[in-house]
Design a binder for this molecule. Structure first.
Ligand code: ZN
Length: 467
């Protein structure tokens, strides 16, 4: 039996010429990796959670499952799904960490959490050992992105309860690269970011896709060319699906003359970068020996075959503080199992994450993902990077309004042409929309995750109910 949880050698550094951090594990025959690494780790993680977490003991006893009966990955599908609301309810009943904190306060290193903008925040307690393992994993994934010790990594996102920035920082430090932990969100900080980028010339950027496009727009207004005046060769992202949306990726790559890479699962699952793309850009690898990702049927909760679409469910394999077991992240994707051209044998999401199942909306009975609309707008030259989607109701019919802006240098006479082009291309995707052209710069820009969907149908229902 391997030692669990694993302890990594912090003095280990691969040769910079080497493609892989852990060559053997990353390129192993997938079947062999499942049997000799993933399943044993999973069994130990389950036994540990059952032993140390009142939360899981109660949940699994009620479902009639016991970790000792899990002898295969198929058996594992009997373990019930864990939803975000259960964590919140448990934490409300057992303040502050809930009944699934498996370590003493002595062993805790950090408290993080969700922002709580859509309900009570969830509190994460992270142990000292977990911090080391998060650093190790993020370093390993960032190595696959092509980041090396001579890089300077500009972290352009909030340093707060939000995990993303801290995970990127831990990975940068463990890898041996130089961190530039710039942050975001302070008034005037975008302008200062531009000056630091032009002056220090960091080679790697981390943040959200929306923010990288906003920085570029602001830089151009101030006379900088992000491709010429900055020195980025890699931009990697999480927090939004944009880096996996083809036309957004193309825009970012052309804007910065650098490679755009997608990563990230969800804050509950830290290390969150275990969905992470390599430098070959063939979709995010699922680093299954650290966090076991399943793509499941939304009804049966069993894994769908490779090649098909399903919903993401994640399980920690080496977290001793607050393990998440079969956590329903609720993102929709498609997975494949063929070996990437980098030689890694992990399954992949070739089209990234389509979007959170929560973000999907239904208009006139059709499922619509905001990322599909994003892909159309960003694929048409002349549009700015910002847009809004407004869903409203006219009598009993849903109306989809897309608000977009032209770039500042588009002549006024061309604006109706752009408007018509966008409406036509959306109609070709089966979306009947009203396209509204807004003044350039009038739609709100974001330094974090963009809120681009406004659903006004509830309002309409409330008003008409009163009549
Ligand atoms: Zn690869």
């Amino acid at each position: 039996m391997q030692q669990w949880p694993p302890v990594y050698d912090a003095s280990y550094h691969p040769n910079p010429d080497q493609d892989y951090w852990f060559p053997e594990i990353e390129t192993m025959d997938p079947e062999k990796r499942e049997q000799t690494i993933i399943l044993p780790k999973l069994q130990q993680q389950l036994a540990y959670a059952y032993e140390n977490s009142a939360f899981y003991r109660k949940k699994w006893d009620a479902a009639g499952v016991n970790p000792k009966d899990i002898r295969s990955l198929d058996d594992f599908e009997a373990i019930p799904i864990l939803k975000k609301e259960e964590l919140r309810e448990d934490q409300a009943a057992h303040v502050p960490f809930g009944s699934n904190l498996c370590v003493s306060y002595n062993e805790l290193a950090r408290v993080h959490g969700t922002s709580g903008t859509t309900g009570n925040p969830t509190v994460f307690g992270v142990s000292k050992g977990d911090i080391q393992r998060i650093a190790e994993t993020h370093a390993r994934v960032m190595w696959a992105m092509g980041i090396r010790p001579d890089d300077i990594v500009f972290i352009g996102s909030f340093f707060s309860l939000y995990w993303g920035s801290w995970g990127a920082l831990l990975g940068t430090e463990r890898l041996g690269a130089t961190a530039l932990p710039f942050g975001a969100g302070v008034p005037g900080q975008t302008d200062r970011a531009i000056e630091w980028m032009a002056n220090v010339k960091p080679t790697v950027f981390y943040g959200t896709p929306s923010y990288s496009l906003y920085i570029a727009e602001r830089a151009r207004e101030r006379g900088f060319d992000p491709a010429r005046d900055f020195n980025f060769r890699i931009l990697f992202f999480s927090g939004e699906p944009g880096a996996g949306v083809p036309s957004t990726r193309k825009r970012i790559e052309e804007t910065y003359n650098a490679v755009c890479l997608d990563s990230g699962s969800t804050g509950e699952m830290s290390p969150w970068m275990t969905d992470g793309e390599c430098s070959h850009r063939q979709g995010m690898h699922l680093w299954q020996d650290v966090v076991f990702a399943e793509l499941v049927d939304p009804v049966t909760h069993k894994r769908v075959p490779y090649g098909e679409e399903g919903v993401t469910v994640y399980t920690h394999l080496e977290r001793n503080s607050q393990p998440m077991i079969r956590f329903w992240a609720g993102d929709l994707s498609r997975w494949v199992s063929d070996t990437c051209s980098c030689g890694r044998t992990y399954p992949r999401f070739p089209q990234g994450i389509y979007g959170r199942a929560d973000d999907m909306f239904i208009v006139r009975g059709e499922n619509v993902y905001p990322s599909a609309i994003e892909n159309v707008i960003r694929g048409i030259a002349g549009f700015s990077d910002e847009f809004r989607i407004i869903i409203t109701r006219e009598k009993t019919m849903d109306e989809l309004i897309v608000q977009a802006e032209a770039m500042a240098d588009v002549p006024a006479a061309q604006i109706p042409v752009l408007q018509k082009k966008l409406a036509e291309q959306l109609r070709a995707k089966g979306l009947r929309t009203i396209v509204q052209m807004m003044d350039t710069g009038s739609l709100e820009r974001t330094e974090f995750k963009a809120k681009r969907i406004i659903d006004k149908r509830d309002l309409y229902d409330r008003i008409t109910d009163k009549d």
